[in-house]
Design a protein around this ligand. Structure first.
Ligand code: BTN
Length: 259
C-alpha cells in the first residue's frame, strides 16, 4: 500500500454527480491519485493540471493543460487474481471508451499503456492507499502538448484531438471513461478475471519481441499475452514460457512485431 500526503487545493466547484460517480474537479493539484487517496468508492477526481503527476515506478508524468488527468476510486476485489487483473481491466475500459469515440488502431502495451501505433496515448497508475479500495489513475493526452514540456516525448506520444475529427470535450470524456471503468470493475467482481482476459489479450496486437527490464536484469523474448493469473507470458529462446508479475517489470521495450 502507498502512503502519501493528500492535496488540499481548492476545488473548482462543489463535487457533482457524474452518472453513478461523484466527481471532484480542481484547477491544479499535485496528483489526482493523491487527492483520491482520501475518498470513498465510486468517487473520482479530475484536475486541469498536476504539478507532480506520477507515473509507474516513481516516474514523472507530464500533466499540462488540455489533457485528461483523472483518478477513480473503485472497490478492490478481494480475490487475488482479480486484483492483479485490475490494471489490465482499467486499460480495457479506456480502450472501450475510446472505441466508442471511433478511435481505431488502439492497443495495450503491458501492463497498462494505451497506444496507437507505437505512440503512447494514455497511461494508467493503480495505487492502493487504504484496504479495500484502489485508485485508478488515468492520464490521457487530449489537446495538451506533452513534448513542449519534455522534448524527449516528441514523436513518442499521441493526442486524442489528432486522432478524431469529432470535438473532444473533457467533461464528456470523463463521463465516458468513468462509465466504462465502472462496467469492467463490476464485471471483474461478478464474473471474475477469465471473463475479461480474452478481450484484454486481443488488445496486445500481434505477438511482439520485447525486452524486459527487471530492475537491472534484462530478459528478451516474445510477449504472448497474459495468463489467467494476470501475469505476462514471455516465450524465451529455450522454448519455455516464463511468467512475470507487473511489479517485477520496471520497463517493457518493444523490439519489433512478429507478423
Ligand atoms: C504511466 O504511464 O507511468 C502511468 C501514468 C499515469 C498518469 C495519471 S494522470 C492521473 C493520475 N494522477 C497521477 O499522478 N498519475 C495518474
Amino acid at each position: 500500500m502507498t502512503s502519501q500526503k493528500a492535496n488540499s487545493a481548492p476545488a473548482i466547484s462543489p463535487p457533482s454527480p457524474c452518472g453513478p460517480w461523484m466527481l471532484y474537479e480542481y484547477a491544479v493539484v499535485a496528483s489526482t491519485n493523491l487527492v483520491a487517496a482520501n475518498l470513498g468508492a465510486w468517487t473520482a477526481v479530475r484536475a486541469n493540471t498536476q504539478t507532480n503527476g506520477r507515473g509507474r515506478f516513481q516516474r514523472t508524468w507530464v500533466s499540462d493543460v488540455g489533457g485528461l488527468w483523472l483518478s477513480a476510486v473503485v472497490p478492490l476485489i478481494h480475490n487475488d487474481v482479480s486484483r492483479k487483473v485490475l490494471p489490465l481491466a482499467a486499460g480495457l475500459a479506456v480502450c472501450d471508451g475510446l472505441h466508442e469515440l471511433g478511435i481505431s488502431g488502439l492497443r495495450l502495451r503491458w501492463p497498462n499503456d494505451v497506444l496507437v501505433e507505437d505512440r503512447k496515448l494514455a497511461g494508467l497508475l493503480i495505487d492502493q492507499f487504504v484496504p479495500g479500495l484502489a485508485v485508478v489513475g488515468i492520464g490521457l493526452n487530449v489537446t495538451n502538448q506533452p513534448e513542449s514540456c519534455d522534448p524527449l516525448l516528441a514523436n513518442r506520444t499521441h493526442r486524442l484531438v489528432d486522432l478524431t475529427t469529432s470535438p473532444v470535450e473533457l467533461p464528456n470524456l470523463t463521463r465516458l471513461l468513468l462509465t466504462h471503468l465502472r462496467k469492467v470493475v463490476i464485471d471483474l467482481a461478478q464474473r471474475g478475471a477469465p471473463a475479461l482476459l480474452s478481450r484484454i489479450n486481443k488488445l496486445w496486437g500481434v505477438p511482439r519481441r520485447v525486452q524486459l527490464d527487471l530492475d537491472g536484469t534484462i530478459r528478451t523474448g516474445t510477449f504472448t499475452g497474459v495468463d489467467p493469473g494476470g501475469r505476462l507470458m514471455l516465450s524465451e529462446q529455450a522454448g519455455g514460457i516464463t511468467l512475470y508479475e507487473a511489479h517485477q517489470v520496471r520497463h517493457l521495450t518493444e523490439i519489433g512485431a512478429l507478423s
